[in-house]
Design a protein around this ligand. Structure first.
Ligand SMILES: Cc1ncc(COP(=O)(O)O)c(C=O)c1O
Length: 167
């Protein structure tokens, strides 16, 4: 599709800044990243492109979900989710979603969705709707449990390194 890409470690904001080119249309980040759980400063990256109205910032917010992190409020234009993971949380659906507050991007994506027919089934939507009712409870427990495990492992003599944004 004639799309050029530049891969950088976005935990260092200057790497992103230095990677911008005349033909840059989109910055795509994921935070925390899968699987290394690196955390990226969404607000700082959004600030870099504040004067570039033609560059969109896309954030994959799959791991924290909207319960813990709201990228649109931090300057992102588009937020992407693999609903398959925490948003659904019951391992019985494969689905994705995009949220945007950018009308132009919305219209283009809505056209593509309609034109290519990439819509989920009513039954899968029903399952995700069921899941979202317990999102808050599940995310709080995931955080509590994973932090406890991470802190335990961090102090374990046989463990070299623990990857968890909370530690
Ligand atoms: C952060 C993140 N985004 C997106 C995806 C893709 O998810 P799916 O398999 O639901 O398309 C994954 C899958 O591992 C992921 O970890």
């Amino acid at each position: 599709m004639n799309i050029e890409t530049t891969f950088v470690d976005a935990t260092i904001v200057d790497n992103v800044k230095n990677a911008l080119r005349a033909n840059t249309k989109l910055i795509w980040i994921e935070s925390p990243t899968n699987p290394l759980l690196k955390v990226i400063d969404i607000k700082a990256i959004s600030a870099i492109i504040q004067k570039h109205e033609d560059i969109l910032l896309v954030v994959d917010n799959t791991f924290l979900t909207s319960y813990f992190q709201r990228p649109l409020e931090l300057g992102a234009d588009i937020v992407l989710y693999s609903i398959t993971k925490y948003l659904n949380g019951h391992s019985d659906v494969i689905m994705g979603s995009i949220a945007t507050n950018n009308k132009e991007a919305f219209d283009k994506l809505k056209f593509l969705q309609n034109a290519s027919g990439i819509i989920p089934s009513p039954f899968d939507c029903y399952l995700v709707n069921r899941s979202l009712k317990t999102l808050a409870v599940r995310m709080r427990e995931h955080m509590k449990n994973s932090l406890k495990v991470a802190l335990f492992l961090e102090n374990h003599p046989l463990v070299v390194k623990v990857l968890h944004p909370g530690v």
